[in-house]
Ligand binder design. Structure first.
Ligand code: HGY
Ligand code: MN
Ligand code: MN
Length: 443
């Protein structure tokens, strides 16, 4: 087994059933129970049951379900020895003091809102894992030469109102107050929703933090893709978060009788939208630079079988590994949609509702994370994030680092999203090592 004097690191992998989870994948020579993983899975399931829909997981910004979730998370934070509060935009904030009160903090976090019919790991895994790490420090009575803050952002997904990253933008001080007037599908404005949630819309600015208060921002999140699974690795180091552009399109033609209007005389808004959607797909399928485009929402009006659709609204989400590539593709999409609308004599309203630049992860944090991963006996594999994350906003006030955790089949934004207990435990152990070994960057 030993080749001469060569030091062979013994990585003992004990396959365990996720049910008992008594032992988990072990790092080099370390033996531990999977207590972190057990606690995390239990809490993921508890939080995952808080939804506006009985059979699906949907928990959107400023909903009463989000409030219920906030109260549950703040309870966990307090159990872990943290002070906990809701900030001015509905983020859940916990603080674990360092060796002296009032020290700058290492901020850990992710989001606790979800998409519609979501998986229960996207977002909550990062919040719950961070709380479990602090609870572990607290159990050992350990204080560090910095404070630790854990934050659950209230709106990363941007499901309810057209823009996204509202919670982290408020913390970064880049919240655009004009979005307070946007309305959700039921016509409720963000301003009204904040009041209903118990917050003051004129006070959102109070959530902003100063750069000097944060030593770094670290987020643990599921990969939401298949790469770690293909590498047979439970965790990975994120190199950058891909930027995204979201657009809202509205095509207006002429509603009419489905039986009497000849095809050549129609100004069918839905047929026009279909041609636009095909054009977007064709552009992305034939692109060789990792461009992706999605039309995730469409609504045709008046929406009756025997009426030619007079008006159609749909959303567009465009992403690419670089900002330049994405912006060029968005310009191309706009040109094609304008040409289709003109040819079909459809009125076009096309607005960019949200634009996030690509956010690079800081080299020094990637290195700390790689050290934590290797100390746990895994190889430190680097990969980019095609999904957006709150680090895209937090980069305005702190260096950003991200740890990815493998998720089964790379499935996400879907109820089948799943993380094995042993991988949740591995992610927590890596994060805990990064925290305990963290020292503020000099200079
Ligand atoms: O859309 C995204 O990439 C993220 O899940 N909000
Ligand atoms: Mn998501
Ligand atoms: Mn997410």
């Amino acid at each position: 087994m030993f080749a001469g004097t060569e030091l062979v690191s013994i990585v003992v992998r004990t396959a365990v059933s996720a049910e008992d989870g008594k032992l988990a994948e072990m790092g080099a020579g370390t033996v531990h129970d999977a207590s972190l993983g057990n606690e995390i899975v239990r809490r993921i399931n508890e939080l995952g049951a808080i939804s506006e829909e009985p059979e699906k997981l949907t928990r959107i910004f400023l909903s009463k379900e989000l409030r219920q979730a906030a109260d549950l998370i703040m309870g966990w934070m307090r159990e872990a020895g943290m002070s906990a509060h809701l900030d001015a935009i509905g983020n859940v904030c916990g603080r674990y003091e360092g060796v002296r009160p009032g020290m700058p903090c290492l901020m850990l976090g992710s989001h606790y809102d979800t998409v519609r019919d979501a998986g229960k790991w996207d977002g909550p895994l990062g919040v719950i894992t961070a709380i479990s790490c602090v609870a572990d420090l607290n159990r050992r009575g350990k204080r560090l030469p910095f404070a630790i803050e854990v934050i659950g952002f209230a709106d990363e997904e941007g499901v309810r109102f057209a823009s996204t990253l509202l919670g982290s933008r408020a913390v970064a001080g880049t919240f655009d107050e004009s979005v307070l007037n946007t309305r959700d599908r039921d016509g409720v404005s963000m301003r009204e929703a904040l009041v209903q949630f118990g917050l003051d819309p004129d006070h959102v600015g109070a959530a902003a933090r100063a750069r000097r208060e944060l030593l770094a921002y670290l987020e643990l999140h599921i990969e939401q893709g298949p790469v770690l699974e293909a590498q047979n690795l439970p965790v990975g180091v994120v190199t950058a978060i891909a930027g995204a552009t979201r657009l809202a399109a509205r095509l207006t033609g002429m509603a009419g009788h489905a039986g009497t209007v000849p095809m050549a005389l129609r100004r069918d808004a839905l047929a026009g939208a279909a041609e636009c959607i095909n054009a977007i797909e064709q552009l992305c399928r034939t692109d060789e630079g990792g461009l992706v485009g999605t039309v995730g929402y469409i609504q045709a009006r008046p929406g009756a079988t025997n009426v030619i659709p007079g008006e159609v609204s749909f959303t567009i989400d465009m992403r690419a590994p670089t900002d330049m590539h994405r912006k060029r593709a968005v310009a191309d999409v706009v040109r094609q949609i304008e040409a289709i609308a003109k040819r079909r004599q459809l009125a076009l309203q096309l607005d960019v509702t949200h634009e996030n630049r690509t956010a690079p992860c800081a080299a020094w944090l990637k290195q700390r994370i790689a050290q934590g991963i290797e100390a746990e006996g895994f190889s430190a594999f680097e990969l980019p994030s095609g999904a957006g994350h709150d680090g895209m906003a937090m980069i305005d006030i702190a260096d950003v680092g991200m740890i990815f955790v493998r998720c089964r089949g790379g499935i996400s934004h879907h109820p089948d999203e799943h993380v094995e207990l042993t991988d949740a435990d591995a992610g927590a152990r890596v994060l805990l090592r990064v925290i305990e070994n963290f020292r503020p960057r000099k200079g």
